[in-house]
Design a protein around this ligand. Structure first.
Ligand SMILES: *Cc1c(COP(=O)(O)O)cnc(C)c1O
Length: 459
């Protein structure tokens, strides 16, 4: 193996590379962990530590690392036609073939796709389409999009505005006008402001939380609301799995007021929840689906918006919709996505997740609830989350400055596991290709990390 000089790389990294979502003072002090290679469900760092990837890279490497058919598809396409655009009446084969396949595997209301290169861009596209739709319908007053606090919809101006992260809104005068947020369906958080909710069952709480959408619609004016956007399971917000009653009630409210529903499937799409798309698990019929990440298993950037027939019929009725990206329908990205989806179909991965991997993960992960630090350990499909608590019997949580999540995350790395911390929540989104022995490895490492964290916080 060629020797990698970690210290030298870390120095250059800190000197020249501005990282996404990173405290650079801290980075300069500690140095970045440099990942050098990956195979299957494991990654290696520059000190040759083997680490189990419990986060699929960043929620995207759904089919695991080292899939040769994806590499071959990219190579072949780069040799044949590395780039051509789809502007002004031109097109490219992989984009056409992928659009056709996406129309087949998505719910029946979807027959069209608009391509971008990321989830953020796709949500920008959707915001413009929503406004265009209502303009064309002669309802120019319908401008407001309702989203949720603690949602993540990307990092561009529209993406961050649609998202409900206060830390992002504070930097750069966001959200932009016309976007408002309601509370998320997270009971543990909701009772902090509304203690009267504490005796509700999960199912009762789901109806109450969905009702906050109706309250907001009536507050704004029911003819002024254009759309509602949500992730089936809030990912970056800490894997907030809503009560079963939540999404059907949201759908009922959207239908009642005729407002468009956007399902941001950037994480939940492509098998993550044990169905091809998260809306199928949740029982909704969205007008738009945002996708990115898992569509190519992260091997190359690609994103897009699935647009329902109802919307296409209006906004593409006459004239241009003046919108597009240089890389919309990029042939190499589309070729890799095709190979990825065909591999998913060949391995029947969605059914394997639903009937085998996800139930096993659920059993193993939810067993962590017996740990003295852990409450609410819960999975849905191949995502899971738990909350670290200070006093389990009295149900008292940690304070923000306890930094308990980051302590636990550090112990995970030290034990050869990537698990992500979101405040006091520890979350996983492992590759869909994980076998039972990988899940066993994940859980035994997680338990060791929890024990080490408990030792630290008991000091
Ligand atoms: C990651 C993510 C995005 C943003 O995607 P990018 O490719 O990072 O722009 C949007 N929505 C959700 C739900 C995400 O998880």
């Amino acid at each position: 193996m060629t020797q990698i000089n970690t210290a030298a790389l870390q120095k250059l990294d800190s000197a020249h590379y501005l990282h996404p979502f990173t405290d650079h003072t801290d980075l300069a002090k500690k140095g970045a962990r440099i990942i050098t290679k990956a195979q299957g469900v494991h990654i290696w760092d520059s000190n040759d530590n083997q680490i189990l990837d419990g986060m699929s890279g960043l929620w995207c490497v759904n089919m695991g690392y080292g899939q040769q058919s994806l590499v071959d598809a990219a190579t072949k396409q780069m040799q044949t036609l590395p780039f051509y655009n789809s502007f002004f009446n031109t097109s490219v084969e992989p984009a056409i073939e992928l659009a056709t396949l996406l129309s087949e595997i998505t719910p029946p209301q979807f027959n069209h796709v608009f391509y971008s290169s990321s989830g953020s861009e796709s949500n920008d596209t959707i915001l413009r389409m929503v406004r265009r739709y209502w303009d064309m319908q002669g309802e120019k007053q319908r401008k407001t999009i309702i989203s949720r606090k603690n949602a993540y919809h990307g990092s561009t101006v529209a993406g961050a505005s649609l998202g409900g992260m206060t830390g992002m809104h504070e930097q750069g005068d966001l959200p932009i006008p016309g976007i408002v947020h309601i509370e998320q369906p997270y009971l543990r958080e909701a009772v902090k402001d509304k203690p009267e909710l504490k005796d509700l069952s999960e199912d009762e709480f789901g109806i109450v939380a969905a009702g906050w959408l109706e309250e907001k619609i009536l507050e704004i004016g029911k003819d002024k609301v254009a759309a509602f956007i949500g992730e089936p399971v809030q990912g970056a917000g800490g894997v907030i799995i809503p009560p079963k009653t939540y999404w059907p009630e949201i759908q009922r409210i959207c239908d009642k007021y005729g407002i468009l529903l956007i399902s941001d499937e950037v994480i939940c799409g492509f098998g993550r929840l044990g169905t091809w798309f998260g809306c199928e698990t949740m029982g909704t019929k969205p007008d738009f689906m945002t996708f990115a990440k898992g569509v190519t298993s992260g091997y190359i950037p690609l994103g897009g918006a699935m647009v329902s027939q109802r919307v296409v019929d209006v906004i593409y009725k006459d004239g241009d919709f003046n919108h597009g990206y240089t890389y919309s329908g990029h042939p190499v990205a589309c070729a890799v996505a095709l190979a990825n989806i065909k591999l998913m179909q060949k391995l029947d991965i969605v059914n394997t997740v639903k009937n085998d991997t996800a139930p096993y993960l659920k059993k193993m992960f939810e067993a962590l609830n017996d740990h003295p630090l852990v409450a609410d350990a819960q999975t849905l499909g191949m995502v899971g989350g738990l909350v670290l608590v200070k006093d389990k019997d009295k149900n008292i949580g940690f304070d923000d400055d306890d930094n308990v999540g980051m302590i636990c995350r550090g112990h995970c790395f030290d034990n050869g596991l990537v698990m992500r911390a979101v405040g006091d929540r520890m979350i996983i989104a492992p590759p869909l290709t994980m076998a039972h022995d990988n899940i066993d490895e994940l859980l035994s490492k997680a338990r060791k990390a929890l024990d080490a964290t408990l030792k630290d916080v008991s000091k």
